[in-house]
Design a binder for this molecule. Structure first.
Ligand code: GDP
Ligand code: MG
Length: 160
């Protein structure tokens, strides 16, 4: 296998995935991590923290000025979140597919929000919506040295 190393040895796409305070309080950390892990994605960064209001506002800067913005920022900084960086082919787009729609009631069963949520303001999880957003969000939440670069021994069983 090592002699015939697959293309996945190079850095693949990265996405910023965050379990929000409701997901943490509801005991969904292990389930959410397991979904990404079983898919074949690789965890390269993870931390638990209570975001400051300033960090929450920067993270959601695109929504500044919308009616739900103050509630959103208050909620995100109301308790611990699990901030993660996942790596793999198309992890941004497919991660969003796994997460589902913004409104959990419009999100089909099988998606994280569809399986576990009801209200839009309690939708469990965040995932980057583009590769550019992912780069911005990862730089906001992580230092470069907090991201691991490694090749799982299973890589050749996930990538052709
Ligand atoms: P996402 O990318 O699917 O998370 O959705 P958006 O980027 O549009 O919104 C960011 C977050 O703001 C969502 O995940 C929701 O938690 C919250 N949000 C978005 N729209 C609304 C809304 O109309 N009302 C409320 N209360 N929250 C909202
Ligand atoms: Mg968004």
């Amino acid at each position: 296998v090592l002699a015939d190393a697959p293309a996945c040895l190079e850095r693949e796409e990265l996405s910023f995935i965050m379990i929000k305070p409701d997901g943490v309080q509801r005991g969904l950390i292990s389930d959410i991590i397991a979904r990404f892990e079983r898919k074949g994605y690789k965890l390269v960064g993870i931390k638990v923290l209570v975001p400051t209001q300033a960090l929450a506002a920067k993270h959601y800067a695109e929504h500044d000025g919308k009616p739900f913005f103050p509630k959103l920022v208050n909620f995100l900084s109301s308790g611990p979140v699990v901030a993660m960086v996942w790596e793999g082919k198309s992890v941004v787009k497919y991660g969003r597919t796994m997460i589902g729609a913004t409104n959990p009631l419009a999100s089909p069963p099988g998606t994280i929000r569809g399986d576990y949520g009801i209200d839009t303001g309690r939708n469990i999880i965040h995932g980057s919506d583009s590769v550019e957003s992912a780069q911005r969000e990862i730089a906001l939440w992580f230092k470069a040295e907090e991201l691991a670069d490694y090749t799982p021994s299973t890589a050749a069983w996930v990538y052709e």
